[in-house]
Design a protein around this ligand. Sequence first.
Ligand code: DGY
Length: 332
Amino acid sequence: MTDRAATARPKVIVTRQLPVPVEARLGELFDVELNQTDAPLSPAQLADAVARADILVPTLGDHLNANVLARAGNNLKLIANFGAGVDHIDVETARRRGIFVSNTPGVLTEDTADMTMALILSVPRRLVDGVRHIENDAWQGWAPTAMLGSRIYGKRLGIIGMGRIGQAVAKRAAAFGLDIHYHNRKRLHPDTEEQLGARYWESLDQMLARMDVISIHCPHTPGTFHLLSARRLKLMKPSAYIVNTARGEIIDENALIRMLEAGELGGAGLDVFEHGHEVSDRLKAAQNVVLLPHMGSATSESRMEMGEKVIINIKTFLDGHTPPDRVVPAML
Ligand code: DGY
């Protein structure tokens, strides 16, 4: 950091509105610049922020690509992301420019796993259909053949990406009587597999063909973009359900929509979409889908803890240590 940062309080620029106590604490500790409007910064504003900040606190949707990072001033030494996923940051370019990147893993695990379970339950059991039925005054009373969904108990759940969130989902799903299967870049330790009662599939294709529900929990990287391609989606049973609380880009959304429209899949529960918050009208019109506005980690508790992690990462870095949640390209 330059003399200015060493002598004055470091300039921390926050790109989006954060919980009030987090903003207040940031304000006590640093020369902080907040975005009170909660509107994402424009590319020009983002470029201006990286040019002026000692530390930038961005979040999902702030595209810190090589072009924007090329505008970074010499002062910018840390990008302390508010969020676990860093697919909006070109971490390799940041590393080459000597900028540390940190994130907020761990504190949104349980909430995201809860929301995943909510989708795993809602789609096969037609929860949202049921709510709409009542709201539309269509309910004529209980009937033996009305509102039939599919049983969850005893079905096979295939988890793609068995990190923290994948494992938290596995624990919950086992309690609902689902049979747990997983595919991961690296096989888990046998003790962990035993604790989770999870069966490993080295071949994603083979796992996909045998599951009743697929749930996605891997990060979005160049290697996982369209991991669930049209070809792979076609391997799934026509009765199977797909749940995604990770990143939309992991599924070829067009291919998914075509299959849902053709009745070639049981349904989908999606908290994330391939094109950010632009949700396809065809997806909205499809049968057996539950669509959520990226709510997986949306609890007050998790947002506070994410903020605390951001502060700890910044403080540790300013004290001359590696931020505890440093992200390096090799981790991605
Ligand atoms: C993250 O932190 O990356 C999550 O997707 C937010 O819910």
